[in-house]
Write a protein that binds this ligand. Structure first.
Ligand code: SF4
Ligand code: SF4
Ligand code: SF4
Length: 263
């Protein structure tokens, strides 16, 4: 891109963890000669949500009417829109109970409190506008943000990761929690890129980076392992829904895994 890259970072319903993660990076300072921060409240007091940008990074799920208007405005004003983090890409943990009425969820959390805005069921940004690229995770890895930003800066396009957490886990030589302890690790069906962080600490993956493509070759052996360890389809699906409730391929993928089991 010619001239300074105009960047916007916008927050919808979120914990602000994604932008905090990136705002704290030392490398952001090196970006300043090549970029203009048009909107990023955590970094720039004079931020403008309505101004045109080259790249709009959006964190958070769309959960109010105001946010519907904001994402549409961001799309109008941006050349490239990047959904950042599990909330923006898949609706996040706030979508976990997406099949329950929003009024019931609201009451469970806030009781009879009144608010100025109308809450909506939390949804991914892509349910409302076209998204050009996704940065996965809760929060995403700093390196993924730097890679995307750096690639855009040189006028190129970042690649997506299409292999599962297990690949990084095996490369790191971590003991397999699924095989050795029978715990429901979701590494086999979750997009890699975190360097298998949780299994590295002896904790089963809960799928925060989202599901990989569902048409993968190792489903039959995976299904067999799940079954041998006594894990059910419902258990895997419920666990995967923590971060992936809106993933349109999720049920099909888990169904397929279990269909492949040879009795
Ligand atoms: S993806 Fe995770 S870290 Fe980012 S805003 Fe959502 S809850 Fe926070
Ligand atoms: S611990 Fe989890 S991520 Fe690691 S190899 Fe086993 S199933 Fe895959
Ligand atoms: S191991 Fe799984 S839950 Fe942990 S950071 Fe990686 S994708 Fe997220």
């Amino acid at each position: 891109m010619k001239g300074k890259l105009r960047i916007g970072f916008y927050a919808l319903t979120s914990c602000y963890g994604c932008q905090l993660q990136f705002a704290m990076m030392d490398e952001i300072v090196q970006l300043i000669p090549n970029a203009e921060i048009v909107c990023w409240y955590m970094l720039e007091r004079d931020s403008y949500e309505e101004k045109p940008v080259d790249i709009a990074f959006i964190e958070g799920s769309v959960s109010t009417e105001e946010e519907v208007r904001l994402v549409r405005k961001i799309r109008e004003n941006a050349k490239i829109v990047v959904a950042v983090g599990s909330c923006a890409v898949h609706g996040g943990v706030q979508s976990w109970e997406k099949d329950k009425p929003v009024e019931e969820l609201w009451k469970a959390v806030y009781g009879n409190a009144t608010v100025k805005f109308r809450p909506k069921p939390a949804k991914p940004v892509e349910d409302y506008i076209k998204v050009d690229y996704r940065i996965y995770g809760c929060p995403p890895e700093k390196k993924d943000f730097l890679y995307a930003l750096g690639t855009f800066l040189v006028g190129s396009w970042p690649e997506d990761i299409d292999y599962p957490v297990c690949v990084e886990c095996r490369l790191n030589g971590h003991p397999c929690i699924l095989i050795e302890k029978g715990e429901p690790c979701l590494g086999p069906i979750t997009r890699a890129g975190c360097d298998a962080r949780c299994p590295g600490f002896g904790v089963a993956c809960i799928g925060c980076r989202g599901a990989i493509g569902y048409d993968v070759a190792w489903f039959d052996s995976l299904a067999r392992t799940f079954k041998e360890k006594g894990l059910t389809k419902e258990e895997i699906l419920q666990r995967m829904k923590i971060f992936n409730a809106h993933n349109p391929k999720l049920e099909e993928m888990v169904e397929k895994i279990f269909r492949e089991v040879k009795e």
